[in-house]
Design a protein around this ligand. Structure first.
Ligand SMILES: Cc1cc2nc3c(=O)[nH]c(=O)nc-3n(C[C@H](O)[C@H](O)[C@H](O)COP(=O)(O)OP(=O)(O)OC[C@H]3O[C@@H](n4cnc5c(N)ncnc54)[C@H](O)[C@@H]3O)c2cc1C
Length: 365
């Protein structure tokens, strides 16, 4: 029997698992995907890694991410924003403004891609700790343990941490069943950015800079609503743009066959004809990723939700913790929230006699 089974090898799950194992616990991490990182997903080329999920951190405001990045020796660089900015109106008219659009505080990127954070925590785990390609289907409460059922195996642990969005926790079977009110509560928590999609366009050169543009743009007509330079520092012979879709999930689904053409046409109209012919164009639609989004995540959100810690009801409360970013005590939904949630889960585990130190999960130690 394990001391702790962590369900989900995103940043939250890996941060919690690393700390628990370093405290001497017998830990297993169960991950449905064939890779670690969860929403931290990168596209690799010979030049480096481009972020298809989260890309930005704000170390001045986010102490856990800042500490973890520093402890892992990760190098940060500022989101490129020098040069002119393009504003596209709802009728498609593009206006080139001479000034950049500067984010305040500046958004910072991680050299090597954002997944380096999750990979750093995973590297601290003993070989064999993470089981990939294993989806947890049902939790069974026993007198002194929790049974964790996957398609292929049944595992047991004294405690389980669900390091995933509450909406996905609600899709797991519970025996005895969770009260309907708890399921409704979990289903009501939006998964941050789960309804979104990103486009990544890779070029041989930063063709937008030739016209004095930063690669930054806002559009009221789409398909992309916000575009930024995604070029990797020091990558010779390669440059990139990325954009968030303004078209909501339902519109993207209806226009799927023409989505790439629409993106190419928009990039050309904003940054000039050469921008319409990237070497590669990738679209990562998170709303169709069933290990991130549920159908409830498809409608656009009005803003960042007010997340709050969540707990399972008795008799589950002492045995199963919710520890994904959307259950964090602060910065819910963000990478910082993933580390805050891991920290809080460690504290709860220690409180309930799990032997985990309460502090320092995100200290990168
Ligand atoms: C497009 C996009 C842009 C974003 N931009 C930013 C940004 O710039 N800055 C920022 O701070 N945050 C950003 N975010 C949010 C950030 O990605 C999340 O806060 C963070 O990744 C959450 O980590 P997590 O470990 O809590 O969850 P996840 O990364 O979602 O990990 C959950 C894991 O659980 C696994 N899983 C699910 N169900 C099961 C099951 N039944 N059995 C086994 N495994 C299961 C999943 O496969 C996944 O690996 C963005 C997200 C997206 C999608």
């Amino acid at each position: 029997m394990h001391d702790l089974i962590v369900v989900g090898a995103g940043l939250a799950g890996l941060a919690l698992a690393a700390r628990a194992q370093e405290a001497g616990q017998d830990v297993a991490v169960i991950e449905a995907r064939s890779r670690i990182g969860g929403r931290s997903l990168v596209h690799r080329t010979a030049s480096g890694c481009y972020d298809l999920g989260p890309a930005w951190i704000w170390p001045a405001m986010q102490p856990r991410v800042a500490r973890a990045a520093a402890a892992l020796g990760l190098r940060l660089y500022r989101q490129a924003d020098e040069g002119g900015f393009v504003f596209q109106d709802s009728d498609g008219t593009a206006q080139r403004l001479p000034h950049g659009f500067t984010q305040e505080p500046p958004s910072m990127r991680i050299e090597g891609g954002i997944a380096a954070l999750a990979e750093g925590f995973a590297a601290r785990l003993a070989p064999g700790t993470i089981r990939l390609g294993t989806r947890v289907e049902r939790l069974v409460l026993e007198s002194d343990a929790v049974g964790v059922e996957t398609g292929a195996a049944a595992l047991r642990a004294r405690r389980v941490a669900l390091a995933l969005p509450p909406r996905l926790a609600a899709t797991i079977g519970f025996a005895p069943a969770l009260p309907a009110a708890s399921l409704r509560q979990f289903e009501a928590v939006p998964t941050w950015m789960a309804g979104h999609a990103k486009a990544l366009a890779i070029y041989d050169a930063p063709v937008w800079r030739a016209s004095g543009l930063s690669g930054g743009a806002f559009s009221r007509c789409g398909p992309l609503g916000e575009i930024h330079d995604a070029s990797l520092p020091g990558a010779a012979g390669e440059a990139a743009l990325f954009g968030f879709f303004a078209w909501p999930a339902a519109m993207r689904a209806a226009r799927r066959a023409r989505l790439e053409d629409a993106v190419r046409a928009q990039l050309a109209s904003l940054f000039g004809p050469a921008a319409g012919s990237p070497r590669a164009l990738l679209i990562q639609d998170w709303s169709t990723d069933e290990l991130t989004a549920t159908p409830a995540d498809a409608p656009p959100l009005a803003g960042h939700p007010a997340y709050a810690p969540l707990a399972l009801p008795a008799p589950w409360r002492d045995r199963v913790l919710l520890s994904g970013s959307e259950s964090a005590p602060e910065f819910g939904g963000y990478l910082e929230g993933a580390l805050a949630a891991a920290e809080a889960a460690a504290a709860m585990n220690a409180q309930h006699g799990g032997g985990l130190p309460a502090a320092g999960v995100a200290a990168g130690r």
